[in-house]
Design a binder for this molecule. Structure first.
Ligand SMILES: CC(C)(COP(=O)(O)OP(=O)(O)OC[C@H]1O[C@@H](n2cnc3c(N)ncnc32)[C@H](O)[C@@H]1OP(=O)(O)O)[C@@H](O)C(=O)NCCC(=O)NCCS
Length: 246
């Protein structure tokens, strides 16, 4: 076995793949890593681009997980939680992961034990972001967004959107958490504030959030439930990879 990659308890690793750099030969290798169920699901995607992205996503998860635990990429098994969040089954150690894909990118966050959620979005200039925000964002988020000069509204929209998705994905309940039950607070500093409605029984102090702009035209947010650990010691490492290539 090759050496395992160290990952601390208060650390998250984010792995990203530019799917446009993946050749058909590599896709054949990825298909060889996939389970019968994954191959069957892949065949149901209507568009070639979606099938390609899905193969990369399956290969990324499997090869990345095998960097941390002595298990072959083909041996990982997964199950979905009540709201569809995939988790590992039969893992010898409590690894957690979360996947996101948009445009040409597939990204995967890995942590030990604690809840982690990741969201990447391709910033499509054709979106009417204010109309979408009006439908999905909290009152304070909307107030902040509408107060910005129009040239900055689109970027701020994607900051809120990816943070909201990352939190919902870390939590695992997805949209059923209720978009009105949590609200982010951004300003011109790097601070990311959050508040929760009482009914969520969640504590802002338990969470660390980060925003990233990994490549032009993409926004990405990470949510990590740090719990009792010191948030000052929380760290994130980012890696670019092409599965089975390096
Ligand atoms: C299901 C959901 C995770 C979809 O998110 P998305 O942004 O469309 O897609 P992403 O690419 O970021 O994530 C998809 C991946 O997340 C994982 N996932 C699926 N359900 C999940 C859940 N409940 N929790 C966490 N992760 C989940 C899966 O690995 C999935 O990829 P896969 O199917 O290829 O394995 C969920 O957040 C959702 O329904 N969002 C609705 C969108 C919305 O209204 N957002 C409002 C934001 S203000």
């Amino acid at each position: 076995m090759s050496e395992v990659l160290p990952l601390a308890d208060n650390e998250v690793h984010i792995w990203s793949v530019d799917t446009s750099c993946v050749s058909p030969e590599l896709i054949a290798g990825y298909r060889a890593l996939m389970s019968a169920q994954e191959l069957e699901r892949n065949g149901r995607y209507r568009f070639e681009h979606s099938r390609h992205t899905d193969c990369v996503a399956r290969a990324l998860v499997r090869t990345v997980l095998s960097r941390y635990v002595d298990k072959a990429p083909t041996e990982w098994t997964f199950a979905k939680g009540e709201h569809g969040k995939p988790e590992l089954t039969h893992s010898p150690q409590p690894l957690r992961f979360n996947l996101s894909h948009s445009g040409d990118y597939v990204v995967c966050a890995v942590s030990w034990q604690k809840d982690v959620g990741l969201d990447i979005e391709y910033i499509e200039r054709k979106n009417d972001v204010l109309a979408i925000a009006d439908r999905f964002f909290s009152k304070p988020e909307l107030t902040d967004l509408f107060a910005l000069p129009s040239a900055r509204q689109e970027d701020r929209f994607f900051d809120y959107w990816t943070l909201k998705e990352a939190y919902m994905k870390a939590h695992g309940q997805g949209i059923s958490l209720g978009l009105g039950n949590f609200s982010f607070k951004l300003d011109d500093s790097d601070a990311i504030g959050v508040s929760f409605a009482d009914k969520l029984e969640d504590n802002p102090a338990d969470w660390c959030f980060r925003l990233f702009y990994p490549v032009p035209k993409y926004s990405m947010a990470l949510a990590f439930r740090i719990g009792d650990e010191n948030p000052q010691r929380f760290s994130v490492r980012q890696f670019s990879t092409i599965p089975l290539q390096g």
